[in-house]
Design a protein around this ligand. Structure first.
Ligand SMILES: *Cc1c(COP(=O)(O)O)cnc(C)c1O
Length: 372
């Protein structure tokens, strides 16, 4: 058993993928080929966003997005503590100060109310993360951003294909609501390529131009450099894979949601755990299916499952502010109560597009056996 079954997924679309990759190899046009723009257009259309800029990975996407905002060293950027390290890493890397905030117990996400106490004169941006596949409450976050004139970069690495519904009924794709959105095409992500890849989204024409320039050595045209940039590009083979897989993304989301629903229904009567909650304002594309295990028994459950060769993941076991690399950004003894609790309670079960009820029954039975 595995957390993610990439092989099973590949075999179902093998002919299409192999043909698309063979075409790229045959062309020998590996970098900067028209197929990249083609994929950017396809993804922009799918998401309903004006511009998609493909890049090398999801971490670069965040970095390039920050580079486009002209922030100054020491400026503060709000970030959840309960996220993958990349979200905070790029902030520190750029000489900015990551200001880590607490998360919600229900959906593991940050909210405007959790962010507000941390705003200062120096706050210039925030990077909400749509964790595990469901959008943050973006209406509140965008209102707060407008009030304080702050940029919003949505880290949508885990929630591509999700949809957020505003109180007035408007619906927008996760990652297309803030000034900039970013994603990752790491193989295990919901839209994964066969290597590394990422993308940046924006509806702002000026930001689009700037982001494209920065990701391409700060070039306005070849050998003319306007700003210090970097080299971050998606290659043709990855674009070919992504063009095929994008056509299946909705189907993949349905498979994940069905599997999540099956887990939740079957585990509903286990009172020692809490199944994921789904907010009315967002769809959930279940990048992870994450339980909270009560009474300090999470690690024992993981051991129990490991003995039965059932893999699980702990995302994330150590709050960022307790990591050696990030301690310098907080006072001694700094703590965020919900993040502390989540780091002790969460466990993610196998979640992918190839799960069967048979596989899930094995996992569910082993969990029930532990709590008997
Ligand atoms: C995966 C991920 C990233 C980084 O993506 P890479 O492509 O691995 O660089 C950033 N943020 C979040 C929330 C992620 O899950």
């Amino acid at each position: 058993m595995q957390m993610v079954d990439l092989k099973g997924q590949y075999l179902k679309i093998k002919d299409e993928i192999d043909a698309a990759m063979a075409e790229v190899v045959d062309s020998c046009y590996f970098v900067g080929a028209p197929i990249i723009r083609e994929f950017e257009k396809n993804l922009a259309e799918y998401l309903g966003v004006k511009h998609v800029i493909a890049c090398a990975n999801g971490t670069d996407a965040l970095q390039v997005a920050l580079m486009a905002l002209n922030l100054q060293p020491g400026d503060e950027v709000i970030v959840p503590s309960f996220t993958y390290v990349a979200t905070a890493e790029v902030i520190g890397l750029m000489g900015l100060k990551p200001v880590m905030v607490d998360s919600n117990l229900d959906d593991f996400n940050v909210t405007a109310d959790l962010i507000r106490p941390y705003l200062t004169e120096k706050t210039k941006a925030m990077v909400p993360v749509h964790l595990f596949g469901q959008c943050c409450d973006m209406d509140g976050i965008m209102k707060l951003a407008r009030e304080h004139n702050i940029y919003v970069i949505e880290d949508n690495a885990q929630a591509i294909g999700s949809a957020y519904t505003f109180p007035n009924g408007d619906i927008q794709s996760g990652g297309t609501i803030g000034h900039i959105g970013t994603t990752s095409f790491f193989p295990s992500k919901n839209l994964g390529c066969y290597g590394d890849g990422g993308a940046i989204f924006t509806n702002d024409d000026a930001l689009n131009e700037k982001i494209r320039m920065i990701a391409n050595h700060g070039q306005s045209k070849k050998y003319y450099h306007e700003v210090i940039g970097c080299n971050s590009r998606l290659d043709s083979l990855q674009a070919a894979v992504l063009n095929v897989k994008l056509n299946y993304l909705d189907q993949y989301a349905e498979s994940r949601a069905a599997a999540a629903n099956y887990y939740s229904v079957q585990l509903a009567d286990v009172k020692e755990l809490i199944t994921p909650s789904i907010n009315a304002f967002s769809t959930h594309v279940f990048h992870q299916y994450t339980l909270r295990i009560l009474d300090g028994r999470r690690d024992a459950l993981q051991q129990h499952l490991r003995k039965r060769e059932i893999p699980t993941g702990i995302y994330y076991p150590v709050p960022l502010y307790k990591q050696n690399a990030y301690k310098e950004y907080v006072e001694d003894g700094f703590t965020l109560p919900v993040v502390e609790q989540l780091s002790q309670e969460v466990i993610s079960l196998p979640m992918h597009t190839e799960l069967t009820e048979e596989i899930q029954d094995t996992i569910i039975a082993a969990i029930k056996e532990f709590f008997q």
